[in-house]
Design a protein around this ligand. Structure first.
Ligand code: MG
Length: 326
């Protein structure tokens, strides 16, 4: 190949790359607390912008059969699919103001919909099955986020934001007596597993599923609200020994994930904050704006995706996420 042809191709490749991926932060995005992130991420790792132009990105989940991240653009009323390499494409439009997403052991996508105040499952033929839309005979508030346990049960939170904010659903009066954390077992039985939250939000299991972490986000936009991550012991589909695992000084925790070593990651103001399983604060992966939700993915399960307002960023980690499905 002629020298000028190599140069032209190099330029083309560089130009294409610049269109698809660019650093999100000029300065180092890794803010390690006393070296706490040494085992998590290289100190010079770059946070790259993989998507921008959304309105409010949330609910990321890695879908192995698509080799893609699927996420919700809640206020744009659509869901997007972002391949491991390349540009995002529309996945579902309209999306009923979908928010949190997860996949079950069969690889089916489970989604929280604000507009219809329900949790749905997409079947292999594309049909959508309603998994939960009422409790005690009344509509749910607006399911926000969910996690699927190994036994197939779907654990989800039901705060009221999706019936308060016209940009994220349809304003309505809540009909539930609280903002509950629910467990939907594989027979279809729906139980309240916690009624102690003002606004429950993200949730994640420890790798052995013996601990459930849940964000209390009533402090989002309200100084007197709470901004903490709570932990519970899990046994027999029930929660016990509720305690505060971590507290934030500002903002509020949103989406949660654990890695394979049991570290806890939270979407917060200023990026993803990370704690050891014992609650020791380890540091932060900074994003240009607030980070709402996070997900492990990529071909090796070591890429952390960060949904931050109109954008989705990604950074390569040294560790895999917990509970990733193939
Ligand atoms: Mg949320």
């Amino acid at each position: 190949m002629a020298q000028h042809e190599i140069a032209r191709r190099t330029l083309l490749a560089a130009g294409l790359g610049a269109l698809l991926v660019r650093p999100a932060c000029a300065a180092s995005a890794i803010v390690s607390e006393n070296g706490g992130l040494d085992g998590v991420v290289a100190s010079d790792a770059r946070v790259e912008t993989r998507f921008e132009g959304g309105r409010w990105c949330e609910g990321p989940v890695w879908v192995p059969r698509l080799a893609s991240l699927v996420f919700s653009d809640v206020r744009a009323n659509r869901m997007m699919r972002l391949p491991s390499e390349g540009r995002a494409v529309t996945f579902r439009d309209p999306s009923a103001n979908a928010n949190g997403n997860a996949i079950d052991a069969q690889g089916r996508l489970i989604t929280c919909e604000h507009l219809h105040r329900r949790v749905v499952r997409q079947e292999p033929d594309g049909r959508v099955t309603v998994m939960a839309d009422r409790f005690a005979g009344k509509p749910l508030n607006s399911p926000n986020d969910l996690v699927v346990a190994r036994d197939g049960a779907i654990w989800f939170t039901d705060p009221t934001w999706g019936i308060e904010n016209p940009e994220e659903g349809r304003p309505s009066e809540p009909e539930q007596k609280g903002r509950f954390v629910f467990r939907l077992d594989s027979s279809g039985r729906l139980d309240v597993v916690s009624d102690s939250f003002e606004q429950p939000n993200g949730l994640a299991f420890s790798p052995d599923e013996r601990v459930l972490y849940v964000s209390e986000s009533s402090g989002a936009g309200t100084p007197e609200g709470k901004r903490e991550i709570r932990a519970f012991d899990v046994a027999g589909g029930r929660l016990s020994r509720e305690r505060v695992f971590a507290m934030l000084q500002s903002g509020a925790p949103d989406g949660l994930k654990c890695d394979e070593a049991g570290r806890v990651y939270a979407g917060t103001d200023g990026g993803a904050r990370i704690w050891g399983p014992d609650g020791t604060y380890l540091g932060r992966i900074a994003t240009p704006g607030d980070c709402a939700n996070i997900a492990f993915g990529g071909p090796d399960g070591r890429r952390l995706y960060l949904c931050s307002g109109p954008a989705v960023h990604a950074v390569q980690l040294k560790v895999r996420g917990a509970g990733l499905r193939s």
